[in-house]
Design a protein around this ligand. Structure first.
Ligand code: AMP
Length: 419
């Protein structure tokens, strides 16, 4: 397989540290609100990558952190008058529920920041002992001047970047915080530097070091995390014992956009996963997401999703008679997946497999992509159609139309006989 790594800015043969095992860490959500389609885009991509790697026979340990201590959580909990713990547990559960509804189920282990405080403190202590971090009045900071490879992942000149946080208690404005001293409600812990809480970047390296050690295979997340988050992670981990590279394959997903802008909570232009699932089913949403390569931007429009629904329906309509194995079609699918997870090409191969009637391949590859390419059993369908007929006979057209709308959205085309 070949994968594009942000670190080398090139497509490289994928060679794991251990021949049969893949260790993958993907940045999980900050749990203070419902997840949106932008999150779906990123997590569907990694779900498919892992399912494909497992299908090739590799054992994959897919680790994801849950950021459950953060300014956004503290502020939202205050606004809503609830505890930080209650808020983050609620949205962690909602996140897991949304992932399940989208068929995203390849994660081996979810690790919360708040249950890894001893590991975080231990890592900060070792960074201080190495002379790469210092203690000031407001916290413990990483000294970026000690890290030569700073800026390598983002390809920026480390001296020119501006830190998001200006703080006079830092030696250099670019230094980033490892431990924040202060009282932060119930999410405050004792540490050798005073009571406080971890900074954002250290939770990931403390968690990934615990489960994988200082070097592992793949680190993933959205494009927005390259700087400062992933740069900081590299600086922290590689400064511990100088092991380089911490990760060779840095995979970053492109943004899901709305009218050219990143879908995000702060811009208020988001559609939650659960709202989207009221109109479209998970097969359609996954098909829509996978029609674009994971690194490209993906424009979210109703029309785009409706077209994906139609294309999926077409596959289901033509995939009827099982005519056996289509070797060429199968090879086209695996070649596409091997080529930096080229899912648009893989879906083109799926269309060819449907046309030729390789039902076995559609089932098998459908599991990798998390999409059912075969028609659902007709029993529930005919029940729904009967109910619609009854509603129309009673002139309850609004409900009948709603059912029809949902069925079409789910890729099921129906034609009504005239009344
Ligand atoms: P957050 O909860 O904002 O920390 O995001 C969790 C993950 O979802 C990160 O990897 C983000 O990069 C990713 N993400 C957030 N918004 C989008 C978007 N609009 N498109 C693609 N990925 C996104």
């Amino acid at each position: 397989m070949e994968l594009y790594s942000t670190l080398s800015r090139s497509v490289e043969p994928f060679v794991t540290l251990n021949p049969d095992r893949v260790s993958l860490f993907v940045c999980g959500p900050t749990v203070y609100d419902y997840s949106h389609l932008g999150h779906a885009r990123t997590y569907v991509a990694f779900d498919v990558l892992v399912k494909y790697l497992r299908w090739t026979g590799k054992e994959v340990f897919y680790l994801q952190n849950i950021t459950d201590v953060d300014d956004k959580i503290i502020n939202r909990a205050k606004e809503e008058g609830v505890s930080q713990n209650a808020l983050s547990r609620k949205f962690e559960n909602e996140y897991l529920r949304d992932m399940q509804s989208l068929g995203i189920n390849a994660v081996s282990y979810y690790a919360r920041a708040t249950t890894h405080i001893p590991e975080i403190i231990d890592q900060v202590e070792r960074l201080i002992a190495r002379g790469v971090a210092y203690v000031s009045e407001t916290g413990v900071y990483f000294n970026v001047d000690t890290f030569e490879r700073n800026g390598e992942l983002s390809g920026q000149d480390g001296t020119k970047r501006v830190s998001r946080v200006s703080d006079t208690s830092k030696n250099n404005p670019l230094d980033f915080v490892l431990w924040k001293i202060g009282e932060y409600g119930e999410y405050t812990w004792d540490s050798p530097w005073g009571r406080g809480r971890p900074g954002w970047h250290i939770e990931d390296t403390a968690i990934s070091e615990k489960y994988f050690g200082q070097q592992y295979d793949i680190h993933g997340g959205g494009l927005d995390l390259i700087f400062p988050h992933h740069e900081a992670e590299i600086a922290q981990m590689e400064s511990l014992e100088g092991k380089h590279p911490m990760v060779k394959y840095w995979l970053h997903t492109g943004f899901l956009t709305v009218k050219g802008e990143k879908m995000s909570k702060s811009l208020g232009n988001f559609i939650t996963i659960r709202d989207a699932l009221r109109t479209w089913n998970k097969d359609v949403l996954r098909y829509f997401i996978l029609l674009s390569h994971y690194r490209s931007p993906l424009q979210a429009t109703d029309e785009g999703i409706a077209n994906a629904a139609k294309a999926l329906e077409h596959i289901r309509a033509v995939a009827k008679k099982d005519t056996g194995v289509n070797r060429e079609g199968r090879k086209a699918f695996t070649d596409a997946m091997e080529s930096d997870l080229n899912t648009p090409m893989a879906l083109a191969a799926i269309q060819a497999l449907a046309t030729s009637g390789d039902i076995g391949a559609l089932k098998e590859f459908g599991e990798i992509l998390g999409i059912n390419f075969l028609r659902e059993t007709s029993a529930p369908l005919s029940v729904l159609q009967d109910i619609r007929a009854e509603l129309r006979a009673r002139k309850q057209f609004d409900v009948a139309d709603l059912i029809r709308e949902r069925m079409v959205a789910a890729g099921i085309n129906i034609t009504d006989a005239p009344l």
